[in-house]
Each structure stands twice: as C-alpha cells, then as structure tokens.
Design a protein around this ligand. Structure first.
Ligand code: GAP
Length: 677
C-alpha cells in the first residue's frame, strides 16, 4: 500500500531534524525513551529565539505584564487546589497481549474477525471433567451454569459423604441421625466441592483478539495460550471459542488486535519524593503546567510589581505529563515547555459598576481589539488575546492560512470556564474533518477561566487572593440602590455557583450562602477576586510547527539534465537559528580569510552568525539553506578593492529567492538587525 503523503512529509522532517541537529531522540545511545526529546545545536537556537520573542512580546514590550520564574516542584497542596490530583487524568485502556496502554479516546476504529475465548479448563486436574467437557461442548463451550450442572452430575454423593466424614470426625455419626438435615449438609458439601473445583481448575477470563489480515486462526489461539500461560496456567483447553465479525470497533488495539481492557482513569502527573524518606507525606509532583505557580504567587507579584488589575503574569518553563501515548514526534511529549500568561481582569460586575456598562465584542470589531479599553469585560479581553496571539504567530512566519481555530463547545469546557479558543496549526499529520478540510492540531489554548483558580487557592491556602480597587469603592457608593442590588445579586449568584460546584464534602449549603454573601458584600468595599484570561502555548509544538512550515524542497536541473533536490528551511529571520553565514570566497587566500573573519567578529556579538570556508560557495549556500539561514555574506576580491569602487562591500545572498546584491560592510549590521528583530 502506498504510504500516506503526510506521513512521508513527517518522515522527511524527522530525518532532517536528526541529520541537521534540530531534534534528537533523548538517550538515543540506549535505544531512546518514549516521549522525551533533545534539541541539538540548531534546535536549541530556534527554541531560544522563540522563547525570547514570546518573552519580549508578552512582558518587556508591555507595561501591563510582569514575568515569573517559579520552581518545577511545588507544594502538593497546589495540585489539590487546582484539581490536578483528583481530575488530571486520561481514560486509558490496556492491551492484554503487550500490556501497552492507549488513550481511550485515541483508539482508531478496527474491523475484521474477532476470535474470543470464554476461559480455560486445566487438562491435568480432572480427566473425567476434561473429557466430559470435550464430549459435551467442545470446542464451543461453556458458561458457569453449564459447568455447574455438569459437575453436579459428575460429583457423586459418595464423594461428598467421604469428605464430610473427614471434616466432622466423631460428629459425623450424630449428624447422620437426622436424615433431612443430613441430606441438606451433603448437598451443601457437594456444592462447596464444586466451587472449589471450579476455582482450582477452571478460569472464566475472556480473551479476544482481532485476527490480523492474512493470519490463520491458529495465530489467535497461540496468543490466547500465551495470555493464559502468563496468568500461571499450563496444559489447558479453551472454553467457549467463538468467531464474530466486528466493524469500526474502538475496542481493539490497533497494532496487536488484542481486545482492550475496560477504561480506567490514569493521573498524568509524574510523582517523586522531596527528601530522603519515600512516604506519602513527602510525595511531590513535577508540575504538569506552569500556570499554577502564577496563581500561587499572584499576591507577591501584585505587591512587588506595583501592577493594578488588569494586568498579567507570564512564565516560560518546563512541564511534565506522563502521557499515555506520546506521539507525532514532539507534538505530544512527556517533558515539554510552556509559555503561559495569566491575565487578570475585573469581573464584569465591577466594570459595570465603574463604567455603567460592559463593552461587548460587537462594539469592538477585530481591528479595534488592538488597544485595550478600560470598559472591556471578559469577552472582549478573551477575543483580544486570541487576536494578539494570532498576530504573534504571523510575526514569526505562520500565516493565518496555516492556522485554524477550535472554539470549545459547552460540553468540552471545564465547569468554571466561560470560553476557550484553541489556535491550531495544520501539521502534516493533522486529519481532515468530515468536510474534507484540515482543521489542524492545538498549538495554544486561550481560556477565560473566571475567578476559579484564585478562588481555589484562597480556599485551600486560607490566604486572601482578592484585590482592593479604589475606583470600584468610589463608583459603588454613587450607584443607585437598584443598580447596586442587581450587581450584588449577579456577583452573589456567580460566587454561589462556584462555591457549590467546588464545595468540600463537609461544607453545608448555609455555609456556602454565607460565604457568597460575604464575597458580594465585598463589592461595596472595593474588593473582588480577579477573573483570568489564560493564553497557554507549548514551545515544542510551536517549534514543530515552525519546522513543518519552513520545510520546502527545491529541485534544480543542471545543463546536463541532471536534477538534484535540496531542502530549504524557510524560517522567518526572527526565529531562524542562524541569522547569517560568512564565507571567504577562497580559504587559501589569507587576505580573504582575514577580512571574512573580521566581518564575522563584527557581527557575532549581535546575532548568531557562522563562519564557513569548507567546499564550494554553492555547497556552503546549500548547507545554510538546510539550516534555514536567511542571509549569506561572501567576501571576495572586490571586497579587498580589486574594483576600487567596491572596496569594503560584500555580496549578500537571500535564502528564499537566491538573489544577491552588494552591501557596504559598514551597513551590514544595521541591515541584518532590521531583518531579524
Ligand atoms: N494551563 C493550561 C494548560 O496547560 P493545556 O491545553 O493542557 O493547558 C497548553 O496546555 C499547551 O501546552 C497546549 O496548547 C500545548 O501547546 C502544550 N502541551 C500540552 N500538553 C503537551 C504535551 N504532552 N506535549 C507537548 N506540548 C503540550
């Protein structure tokens, strides 16, 4: 069968990544470790550029966002408050053949013939029962009831009487004196012997496998034998072998065909211990997201950065998730990096109290969503951040056409979230939807998370997470009573809703109402818990998107008709790992080499440059094209003044169209910086 085109594309990308040092498999010399990746020299530069650009766009270039760099391991209480201990789980199913686990929602539909076995019976244990099983039912057996009936016939009363005699000793003769009671005792004894025999000799444990195409039924039986042998049984016959047709079933492992075990939740947090004692008290988690540290440090940042709501806290850092099925190269890894912003805003009731009304999105067409306004509610802020993030992606070379959006439905949203828009990228492995369109896979999620996170940390830590807002206090005092009552009621209802849904088992409805009342009364004093908009992006997914987006092949045919295909990585100059290559035309001409070295030294303090004097200029261009270097500079004899008017000029060659022009060395740095910043 021909290989799907998109897989070929991914294969080429993965191979280029290894060949050119973008991404390597972690621990490769030991066979690798699933879900972990290392970035090589070019990958490390690319990643650094991406993080630097995000950090610049989100913190340094704005007055309303501060940065944070928190630890990976934090108090486990944080993960209880955030809900990760209880609910950060994937439903997972296990293959009975390999014990490999797959995510229940990621099983591809399978069709074919399924061979199932109801269980086994030991051959050696009781030859009489074994031969009767063969005689009466084989090979298509048997259920528990049938077996009981059979054993009832096979175990004579005499056996039960002997066994009772042994058990009761002298009491046996006394028991015999009452025939009715004795009959009952005998039948009970018989039944217990049957149960014992079933437990010892019969195993009702289903094994089922989808017959692999072209394989005989014997292959399924072999797998079943290994399965039952692994459970400690040997020399047995199968019970209840059956064949059935299945179509588009989600119950079989796509690789082995084994019928998957029932789905069980699997918590994705990596666990460890802080300190030398491996006890429950010392259990800690590697953070599964960077966001929670931002909430936990909210008050410290607010106080030390002298920010006022609305403002944000941004953080870049490692996150760890013990993904059941890491896949698609670095797309779903177990160790990855996130770039997260928590942008804190005033609740809509507060905006309304201060400004009279909340600006709606319809009043703010997309173009107007560039400049934040003080009367924006959560919807406008949410849309603003979606737009801002798309502008960021465009600014590093991902055009709108390469992106997609997924607006989460009510059913998909977490109970506390008001909206979530995922920004998608059309990766080579992204699937087509029912209309034949490629929608893409998630690069970043932008969620409106209400006041859930800060409220949770307030409740779990006992430390206040609310803010005081002078403007609100002053405005509230001037509101007419009906307006105050209406806003109070809306705030109260929201708080009560949150408190009810997040209640601890010992919290009563009265306590919840009382807390909601206190929270709503806070408005009059200028107090509230900020809401949050969270743009959360994955660094590694973005790197993969940039690599996939940059990958292009160029085929050139020479005069003799010989054609050659080379790879050109068309990175935006801002993210390109190497910005400029410096080449002396010839490496055996000391004057050229010295001048080229001087140009290299001039540029390298300011941007990533490489010096290359190996092979022909064409080979050197090709090497830099594959690395994605947008500019190459050649120092030739004109640079040295062979043509006096060209003294101290160089040739600059552009990666994407191969065009060349001459530039003065004195203008080179400014020119390059204007392109890469
Ligand atoms: N604080 C919100 C949060 O963590 P998320 O959607 O679970 O939300 C945010 O993760 C982003 O982190 C995703 O959009 C994705 O880019 C990245 N990400 C999540 N899991 C990942 C994984 N296993 N491997 C690589 N990136 C991942």
């Amino acid at each position: 069968m021909a290989e799907p085109k998109e897989n070929l594309q991914m294969e080429k990308i993965v191979s280029l990544c290894k060949r050119r040092g973008f991404v390597f498999q972690s621990s490769e010399i030991y066979g690798g470790i699933n879900g972990f990746w290392d970035y090589g020299p070019l990958g490390a530069e690319l990643k650094r550029n991406v993080k630097e650009l995000w950090w610049h766009a989100m913190t340094r270039s704005r007055d309303d966002i501060a940065g944070l760099e928190a630890t990976i391991i934090m108090s486990p209480e944080i993960w209880k408050a955030s809900g990760h201990v209880d609910t950060f789980a994937d439903l997972m199913r296990e293959c009975p053949i390999t014990n490999k686990r797959v995510r229940a929602d990621q099983v591809e539909p399978q069709s074919g013939v399924a061979i199932s076995f109801a269980g086994i019976c030991r051959r050696s244990s009781n030859t009489k029962i074994y031969s009767r099983l063969i005689e009466e039912f084989s090979p298509n057996l048997v259920n528990d009831d049938l077996l009981k009936q059979l054993l009832e016939k096979e175990i004579p009363d005499a056996e039960a009487i002997d066994s009772l005699k042994e058990k009761l000793g002298p009491e046996f003769e006394r028991a015999k004196q009452n025939p009715q009671v004795f009959a009952l005792v005998i039948s009970q004894e018989k039944r217990s012997k049957i149960s014992l025999q079933i437990d010892r000799d019969i195993l009702f444990k289903r094994f089922c496998v989808l017959l692999q195409p072209g394989k005989p039924i014997e292959s399924a039986r072999k797998l079943a034998i290994s399965f039952y042998e692994a459970l400690g049984f040997q020399d047995f016959i199968f019970l209840g072998e059956q064949q059935s047709k299945v179509e588009n079933s989600l119950d079989f492992h796509p690789e082995t065909g084994g019928e998957l075990r029932a789905a069980v939740p699997f918590n994705l947090m990596f666990k460890s211990f802080a300190g030398p004692i491996e006890s429950e008290e010392n259990k800690v988690y590697l953070r599964p997201e960077t966001a929670q540290a931002i909430f936990a440090q909210f008050k410290n940042v607010l106080e030390t950065s002298r920010q006022k709501v609305p403002f944000g806290i941004g953080q870049i850092g490692k996150a760890f998730r013990n993904e059941v099925t890491p896949r698609n190269f670095t797309f779903r890894s177990r160790e990855f990096e996130q770039m997260e912003l928590e942008f804190f805003i005033k609740p809509d009731e507060v905006i309304e109290a201060i400004h009279g009304s909340v600006a709606t999105i319809s009043e703010n067409p997309h173009s107007a969503l560039r400049t934040p306004q003080s009367n924006w509610g959560w919807q406008a802020w949410h849309q603003y951040w979606v737009e801002e993030r798309v502008r960021f992606y465009e600014g590093i070379g991902l055009s709108r056409e390469t992106l997609g959006f997924h607006i989460q439905t009510k059913e998909e949203l977490a109970h506390y979230a008001r909206a979530c828009t995922d920004i998608l990228f059309k990766f080579p492995f992204s699937k087509k939807d029912e209309n034949g369109q490629v929608k893409g896979d998630e690069l970043e999620g932008i969620a409106a998370r209400s006041d859930f996170d800060l409220s949770q940390h307030q409740r779990f830590s006992g430390k206040p997470m609310g803010v005081f807002d002078d403007e609100l206090r002053a405005a509230w005092a001037k509101l007419p009573k009906e307006k105050q009552d209406a806003l109070w009621k809306r705030y109260y209802d929201n708080r009560k809703n949150y408190l009810t849904k997040s209640a601890k088992p010992d919290e009563t409805p009265e306590q919840i109402s009382q807390q909601a009342t206190e929270d709503a009364n806070g408005l009059a004093k200028g107090q509230y818990i900020p809401h949050v908009i969270e743009p959360s992006a994955g660094v590694d997914r973005l790197i993969l998107a940039l690599i996939a987006n940059a990958y292009s092949e160029v085929t050139k045919t020479d005069d003799k008709g010989k054609s050659e295909t080379t790879v050109v990585m068309k990175f935006h100059p801002r993210v390109a790992p190497v910005k400029v290559g410096i080449f002396p035309l010839l490496k055996n001409k000391p004057e050229l080499v010295a001048k080229a070295r001087a140009v290299y030294e001039l540029l390298r303090p300011h941007l990533k440059a490489v010096y290359d004097d190996g092979g022909s200029i064409g080979k050197r261009y090709a090497r830099q094209d594959e690395a994605g270097t947008p500019f190459c500079v050649t120092i030739d004899f004109d640079t040295l003044g062979e043509k006096p008017e060209l003294l101290d000029t160089v040739t600059i060659r552009y990666r994407d169209d191969g065009k060349q022009e001459r530039l003065k060395i004195s203008e080179l740095l400014d020119f390059l910086l204007s392109k890469v910043r």
